[in-house]
Design a binder for this molecule. Structure first.
Ligand code: KG4
Ligand code: ZN
Length: 338
């Protein structure tokens, strides 16, 4: 069973073919990061125009060794994301599905991120290779607790089976990735902030006292106070950028790790599944693996950030369950997981 995945929800134009929900056959991602970096963030109008330019070449490259008869379904992200960007992927997917008589499957981008954990990694792509911490990636066990940490979301989701999601926690203000991006701007480290802070922080010492919002008795997160505290420290002067980056990264990781593990114990889940761009952070995954009493699954970094293989994997399980979309599939920019 081969599914073509298409992803255009934000600033990556991506297409991938995945077999049986786990084997990546092709995986093409055209990033727009260089184009948006000069503005310090994603410019929606620029993003949708860029998707228009690249979507057909990206799909052609993903399909290079295949013809349309080889494809059983087309899975496409229909939300959440930028309306103009989502429209490009959804309309291309609808056009191909109609013309080639292939099943169309609308995928929630957040669900897609979770399904990156079903993709079989190539051994050399594991971020934790050689550290004695590798896990078998495609043996997900239910119930599991999913932490989705991306540029727009920080959600804790209890997953009892395929398609069964219960959101138990969310951010009350900034998403974790958004906090990384804003902190990087405060520190003059450029865009996107996550990789920039991780790189700078590697040569720093986490010696600055930054606050952690524990929000006791809830599974919610909050990162805006941390960002403001960093701003005050920097504007008081005399702060080393690398130490500030290391301290900020540790503060975000502390809260994510402690609160997720606490929830995992309460809910008695079998596993913790990390996903979303922030899960590409090596220090975060190492902390999880070191502290969690249950196995932690982490996709390789390139499957944590936006890609279409995760959309195809998710689409496979929808296809199996018979949840196929009609040609009236429309974008839902504010889609959530409940
Ligand atoms: O999942 P993603 O690619 O796109 C969204 O769905 O939002 O996540 C992008 C976010 C950005 O905020 C970026 O700064 C963050 O993920 N990110 C990271 C790292 N790589 C990307 N944050 C921390 N450490 C990283 N290595
Ligand atoms: Zn994403």
């Amino acid at each position: 069973m081969r599914i073509l995945g298409i992803e255009t929800s934000c600033d990556e134009t991506a297409a991938a073919i995945v077999e049986d929900g786990s084997r990546i056959i092709s995986n093409v991602v055209a990033s727009q990061i260089d184009i948006h970096a000069r503005y310090g963030g994603v410019v929606p109008e620029v993003a949708s125009r860029q998707h228009l330019l690249t979507i057909i070449p990206v799909i052609s490259q993903a399909m290079a060794s295949f013809s349309w008869q080889d494809i059983n379904g087309i899975a496409v992200t229909f939300g959440p994301g930028l309306a103009g960007s989502l429209l490009v992927g959804v309309n291309v997917a609808k056009a191909i599905a109609l013309a080639k008589k292939i099943a169309l499957i609308g995928v929630n981008h957040l669900e897609g991120h979770i399904y990156a954990n079903w993709l079989a990694p190539s051994p050399e792509s594991s971020p934790l290779k050689g550290e004695g911490t590798e896990r078998v990636k495609y043996a997900v066990k239910f119930p599991c607790l999913c932490l989705i940490v991306s540029g727009g979301h920080s959600d804790l989701v209890l997953m009892k089976g395929h398609g069964q999601f219960e959101k138990i926690g969310r951010t009350r203000d900034d998403a974790a990735g958004e906090a990384f991006d804003k902190a990087a701007r405060i520190l003059g480290l450029g865009y996107p902030g996550g990789p920039a802070i991780e790189q700078a922080g590697a040569s720093g010492i986490p010696c600055l006292a930054l606050p952690r919002a524990w929000l006791k008795d809830t599974h919610d997160f909050s990162f805006s106070g941390l960002k403001t505290a960093l701003w005050h420290l920097v504007h008081k002067g005399e702060v080393s950028v690398v130490d500030a980056a290391a301290s900020f990264q540790l503060a975000v990781a502390d809260v994510l790790v402690v609160k997720t593990i606490e929830a995992a114990k309460q809910l008695k889940v079998e596993q913790i599944l990390l996903s979303g761009g922030v899960a590409a952070n090596k220090m975060l995954s190492q902390q999880f693996l070191a502290k969690s009493p249950v196995p932690v699954l982490v996709p390789p970094p390139q499957l944590c950030t936006d890609n279409a293989a995760m959309v195809a994997a998710c689409g496979y399980y929808h296809f199996q369950a018979g949840t196929i979309s009609g040609y009236d599939l429309d974008v839902v920019p504010g889609l959530s997981l409940e």
